[in-house]
Unconditional design. Structure first.
Length: 223
């Protein structure tokens, strides 16, 4: 069983690369960003005010904990179809909306929320006999610092923004200010530079296939 941890900023292509990597090796795939997005949507559906000057952290944490312990949030781990659902409702598209992207940091910056989700992520990962590729912002440092492969996937900011805009034009993601979200996220997680023992892969000048090959080589040499 192998654990592959991949962190990085928004728009670097973490999800598509991580999925392809998991598929290549027949591993499970955990998108922790999708988890933070799904619990954010769950809070919005419960009419919790995420725009307030001082959001009600206790109420938000309670709702997030309920989404996990109540079994409302289900994370699909199949890299070919990593379906995310809330009470059997497929929310894959809804969690990528601009509305969720703009509010997710409000929820993810609450320490008690992180505590709940980190525990849930570790439990999911421990359950994968085949091994798992997990991606996010704090996987290499907090969730799975003992992972056999730890990668910081990064790219120059203008490259990331251009890639995300290209996706927005094809309809798969809303246009948004990635730098603003990274700045908010950087206050609680450290993903702009690699921690000790973490391999940095800058894919600014690499194609998707080249990036994937670099990761395949890293995983192969750890197996
Ligand atoms: O990866 P993605 O852009 O979908 O992540 C959405 C948001 O979830 C991030 O902007 C961040 O606020 C939060 N996140 C986090 N820790 C992780 C993964 C995502 O705080 N491990």
């Amino acid at each position: 069983m192998i654990t592959v941890a991949i962190d990085g900023p928004a728009g670097v292509g973490k999800s598509s690369t991580s999925r392809a990597l998991a598929e290549h090796f027949g591993l499970a795939y955990l998108d922790t960003g999708a988890m933070y997005r799904a619990v954010t949507l769950w809070c919005m559906d419960r009419r919790l005010d995420l725009d307030a000057d001082q959001p009600d952290q206790e109420a938000i944490t309670e709702a997030v904990a309920d989404s996990i312990t109540g079994g409302h949030l289900v994370m699909g781990l199949d890299p070919e179809h990593p379906r995310v659902s809330l009470d059997d409702r497929d929310v894959d598209e809804a969690i990528r909306s601009t509305r969720v992207s703009e509010h997710v940091s409000v929820v993810s910056s609450i320490p008690a929320v992180r505590h709940v989700l980190i525990a849930a992520q570790r439990a999911i990962m421990a359950d994968q006999d085949r091994g798992v590729v997990a991606e996010g912002r704090d996987i290499t440092t907090v969730v799975a610092p003992d992972a056999q492969v730890r990668v910081l996937l990064t790219a120059r900011e203008e490259v990331r923004q251009a890639r995300r805009s290209g996706q927005a034009q094809s309809g798969s993601a809303g246009a948004e200010d990635l730098a603003a979200r990274d700045a908010r996220d950087s206050k609680v997680t450290s993903f702009m530079s690699a921690a000790d023992g973490v391999t940095t892969v800058d894919n600014s000048d690499l194609t998707f296939e080249q990036t994937l090959q670099v990761l395949i080589d890293l995983v192969s040499s750890a197996m």
